[in-house]
Design a protein around this ligand. Structure first.
Ligand SMILES: *[C@@H]1O[C@H](CO)[C@@H](O)[C@H](O)[C@H]1NC(C)=O
Ligand SMILES: *[C@@H]1O[C@H](CO)[C@@H](O)[C@H](O)[C@H]1NC(C)=O
Ligand SMILES: *[C@@H]1O[C@H](CO)[C@@H](O)[C@H](O)[C@H]1NC(C)=O
Ligand SMILES: *[C@@H]1O[C@H](CO)[C@@H](O)[C@H](O)[C@H]1NC(C)=O
Length: 373
């Protein structure tokens, strides 16, 4: 398939202008407009603008860096994995008012997940983060990211409930060549558990060709998870969908970047340090937490009114600074005034307007997580 190469016409700008002034998303955020033939409404949001985030405490921004290691046996490869805090680094743009230009520590601006080249101890050092929120059930999940340009790592963005309820977009850097790349789309299902956690022999696995190298530019990778299907998109263009074994439980979002040297999957490990960079993350979802889905939602939206639902803008171009000064500028409800009533907001939300950020509940902890995903 061909992805649209169309340069985005800032559709969100039109949307913002046409929205009536008192609509403030009280009744949620929609995939498609509520006037379209089919649409879905989600009550919750989490957005992270990593081009403008500088912190040593990612938990303040809604993400828990994972710290754990697994032996080569448990990692099912010639090397073990060692997920470390030091491999998760924020690297914002130097100019906080800009959407392009130099990054604070050089390289690409964004949240960096490093895989290290030194693996003499039999472990490959990598990086993983998990969202603090673990109550996402159905939603649309979108990330701007640029993958490693060293052969031999796996970079992934996924939803996880357990080993049979998982939605992954996984990038194997050894699959990239001069002109193209691939994304591995996976639903971990009860069937893949039976196959020893290997989904590759099941219907819920598809390798899709991309007409570009994922290590050359930032692109938006997205999945829309509704009851009926999981639909995958790249830069706003439909790529593939899966309709069987659609997950039914709430979970967290994850990013990770790792290698275990398995020639059939990550390959590698790389001989030098290599990075995957996330420029943003945007989740619009429903919650399994009845306090959120019932009480908080009913309070701000006592009577459902489609005029109080905000359509989520579609990013139709690669959000990469090489496309022009504002090409990496994408729409965030959290950077607009009054568009996030009653939402759980983290530290960077609405700083543009100086609105106070609500903080929540869970204390900032670095979680131990023996996940072998
Ligand atoms: C949104 O519209 C597109 C295009 O018509 C359609 O394929 C998709 O299923 C719709 N999404 C939802 C959640 O209804
Ligand atoms: C999400 O929750 C809201 C409120 O309960 C509901 O109206 C909406 O249909 C749900 N969305 C989906 C896709 O099920
Ligand atoms: C995952 O969770 C579902 C729902 O709670 C459960 O039915 C299933 O057995 C779990 N799978 C694994 C591998 O634990
Ligand atoms: C890149 O890989 C694809 C698929 O394996 C192949 O068809 C294509 O010829 C390769 N291109 C180059 C320049 O190696």
């Amino acid at each position: 398939m061909l992805l649209s190469q169309a340069v985005g016409a800032l559709p969100w700008l039109l949307l913002a202008l046409s929205r009536s002034s008192n609509a403030a998303c009280e009744c949620g955020y929609s995939l498609n407009k509520t006037s379209d033939e089919s649409y879905a409404v989600f009550t919750e949001l989490q957005e992270n603008d990593f081009l403008h985030t500088s912190t040593k405490t990612l938990t303040d921004y809604g993400w828990k860096p994972q710290v754990y290691n697994v032996t080569s046996k448990n990692a099912r490869g010639p090397f073990g994995k060692n997920m470390e805090l030091r491999n998760v680094i924020t690297n914002p743009l130097k100019d906080s008012n800009s959407w392009s230009g130099d990054a604070e520590h050089g390289g690409d601006a964004g949240l960096e997940l490093w895989v290290r080249g030194d693996h003499q101890d039999g472990l490959v050092d990598g990086a993983e983060i998990q969202s603090r929120r673990d109550d996402a059930l159905l939603g649309t999940f979108r990330v701007g990211m640029k993958m490693s340009n060293s052969s031999g790592t796996c970079g992934a963005f996924f939803y996880y409930h357990n080993n049979s309820q998982e939605i992954d977009m996984e990038f194997l850097s050894h699959q990239f060549n001069e002109s193209q790349g691939f994304v591995n789309l996976v639903l971990q299902t009860p069937e893949s558990v039976v196959h020893g956690y290997d989904a590759s022999g099941t219907a819920a696995f598809s390798v899709q060709r991309l007409p570009f190298r994922p290590d050359e530019k930032f692109h938006e990778y997205r999945f829309d998870w509704t009851k009926e299907r999981v639909a995958f998109y790249v830069d706003g263009t439909f790529l593939y969908e899966m309709t069987d074994n659609v997950p039914t439980e709430g979970g967290s979002m994850f990013f990770n970047h790792w290698s275990n040297g398995d020639p059939k999957w990550s390959a590698g490990p790389p001989e030098k340090d290599t990075v995957m960079t996330v420029s943003y993350m945007k989740s619009y979802f429903n919650s399994t937490d009845t306090e959120r889905s019932q009480n908080a939602y009913k309070k701000r939206c006592p009577n459902y009114d489609p005029a109080k639902v905000c359509a989520i803008p579609t990013q139709m171009s690669a959000p990469d600074p090489s496309g022009g000064k504002d090409a990496a500028k994408t729409y965030f409800f959290t950077q607009e005034k009054d568009m996030t009533p009653g939402q759980i907001l983290y530290a960077n939300a609405a700083t543009v307007f100086g609105a106070p950020a609500l903080s929540i509940v869970v204390p900032a902890l670095v979680a131990l997580w023996a996940l072998t995903s």
